[in-house]
Design a binder for this molecule. Structure first.
Ligand code: KIV
Ligand code: ZN
Length: 533
């Protein structure tokens, strides 16, 4: 048992299953590139059988990210497949272009799933696992098998299934706590039992994959690692089905910060964590809770006087890791309206954004606009500004102008001017219950994409009355697909930020490619409930 823990990132598969997190293939590709920079060993790029859009996104990632260009080892690119021939064929067709492809196949093993979902006997499950792992092995050396709902499966039955998977050629056995049910001691004991009692377990990698339904995903993952697992399946910011998956940053920083306790290491470049976290949050439009460990806005903030006093005396008093270690830049440099392009570029580089001249010019124009309204432009402002300007879907409709009148006794009225797909400007006015409602109604009349606003959040990026407001929205389409999409926008005027966020979400809803990918999300959740035939 060596001391290296492989990091298997499933942000683009399990993470993308978060409601409303559907990503288009360009966004997936950019996240995949950043995950490679972060140094993940394996990335699960998607579930190719879920839809043609998913298959295409995995194929593009396999081709571009799965083949190293700078001499470093390219990450393994994995594709998920249920234990049937069609899924395995489709997964292989997508991952085969990577230098190191992996097929990840799964079949449930808990009695609850066997009885109510699969309607299969234990004997049938054992037989199917042997057959399908062997089938996948004909394509690819690197095969991962997961007994779904292992956390609620009979351990003796698991040993039997896993032995068959090993004999059929599995090289990694991933043990999922699919519904986040187990306690750390239990999960650790389950992994220890598998290591001890599964014939051949010493020849394969044991992996852990935990969900966070009881808030124990990281604790369970670490318990599994302590018991002998050497691969951890994680997502950035802990996004994923229901309460999410184990978060990458928590596991990696636990192993690193408490190295004397674990004696283990990973290949992650931790200075890329903050950047990856922001990218995932921007593209999925899933905000990060301020007190989220490692990547939350307050993770390194010290509020209480006693703490601030301690920090001034020595950072070790209240700080167990340095913010720079995870890529949170600490700077005394203050940007304002007299700052030039070079100062902005230097700051953006420190924050992890490498920009070409064109993008920098665009960012500089936005920065100047902001600096005219706001005395001090902080790092948080820059991060919000970059997200607002660059991490947006292609514009089918673009906002050209917006005017709002509102007040206590008036009728909130908005006039908006949008540029349509044919590049014509369209002007529309509407009255609403409030200014945001009026703006959204005016936009709806032009765009004609019926939807329900299921979530609306606004928060100030920094303190102070002149702060940038950041708005995230989530919409559900009112067609048969009932898709959920997210959008975000930032501006010193929160009505403008609200309009930007709404337009971003509508553009996602309208995008053709996105339609394919999002259909896959709908199909996928239905398929997970289905019997696997
Ligand atoms: O949670 C789970 O069981 C999964 C499997 C497909 C590995 O995501
Ligand atoms: Zn999962």
């Amino acid at each position: 048992m060596d001391n290296y823990v492989r990091i298997f990132d499933t942000t683009l598969r399990d993470g993308e299953q978060s409601p409303g997190a559907s990503l288009d293939s360009a966004e997936k590709l950019e996240i995949a590139r950043q995950l490679a920079r972060l140094g993940v060993d394996i990335m699960e790029a998607g579930f190719p059988a879920a839809s043609p859009g998913d298959a295409e996104a995995v194929r593009r990632i396999a081709m571009e990210v799965g083949n190293s260009r700078d001499g470093t080892r390219a990450p393994v690119i994995a594709g998920l497949a249920r234990a049937n021939r069609n899924d395995i064929d489709t997964a292989w067709e997508s991952v085969r272009y990577a230098a190191h492809p992996r097929i990840h196949t799964f079949l449930a093993t808990s009695d609850i799933h066997l009885k109510h979902k699969l309607k299969m006997t234990r004997e049938q499950v054992v037989e199917r696992v042997g057959e399908m792992v062997a089938y996948a092995k004909r394509y690819c050396d690197d095969i991962e098998f997961s007994p779904e709902d292992a956390g609620r499966s009979d351990p003796e039955f698991l040993y039997q299934v896993l032995e068959v998977a090993i004999k059929a050629g599995a090289t990694t056995l991933n043990i999922p706590d699919t519904v986040g049910y187990t306690m750390p001691e239990e999960f650790g004991a389950l992994i220890a039992g598998i290591v001890k009692h599964t014939p051949g377990a010493d020849r394969v990698a044991i992996s852990v994959h935990c969900h966070n339904d009881l808030g124990l995903a990281t604790a369970n993952t670490l318990a599994g690692i302590r018991a002998g697992a050497r691969q951890a399946e994680v997502t950035m910011n802990g996004i994923g089905e229901r309460a999410g998956n184990t978060s990458l940053e928590e596991v990696v920083m636990s192993l690193q910060t408490r190295n004397s306790f674990f004696g283990l290491r990973t290949g992650i470049d931790t200075t890329q964590i903050a950047r990856t976290s922001r990218l995932v949050s921007n593209y999925t439009s899933i905000p990060i809770q301020p007190n989220k460990a490692i990547v939350g806005a307050n993770a390194f903030a010290h509020e209480a006087g006693i703490h601030q006093d301690g920090m001034l005396k020595h950072h070790l008093t209240y700080e167990i890791m340095r913010p720079e270690t995870v890529g949170v830049a600490q700077s005394n440099l203050v940007l304002g309206k007299h700052s030039g392009r070079h100062a902005l570029q230097a700051r953006l580089t420190e924050l992890g954004y490498q920009m070409n001249d064109k993008d920098l010019a665009q960012a500089f124009a936005r920065f100047k606009e902001l600096a005219d309204k706001k005395k001090v432009v902080t790092d948080a402002d820059l991060v919000a500004l970059v997200a607002d300007e660059f991490y947006q879907p292609p514009e089918i409709f673009a906002m050209e102008d917006i005017q709002v009148t509102c007040g206590r006794h008036g009728m909130p009225t908005a006039t908006v001017r949008l540029r349509g797909p044919d590049r014509q400007s369209i002007v529309q006015a509407a009255v609403g219950t409030g200014p945001v409602d009026a703006v959204y109604k005016a936009i709806d009349t032009i765009v004609q994409a019926p939807n329900t606003l299921v979530e609306y959040n606004v928060h100030a990026v920094t303190e102070g009355i002149d702060a940038l407001g950041e708005v995230t929205v989530r919409l559900q389409s009112q067609d048969q697909e009932s898709r959920t999409v997210g959008g975000h926008g930032a501006d010193t005027d929160i009505i403008v930020a609200s309009a930007k966020a709404y337009m971003a979400a509508l553009n996602k809803l309208l995008a053709k490619e996105d339609r394919i990918l999002a259909t896959s999300t709908v199909e996928r959740s239905a398929e997970y409930q289905d019997t696997i035939r």
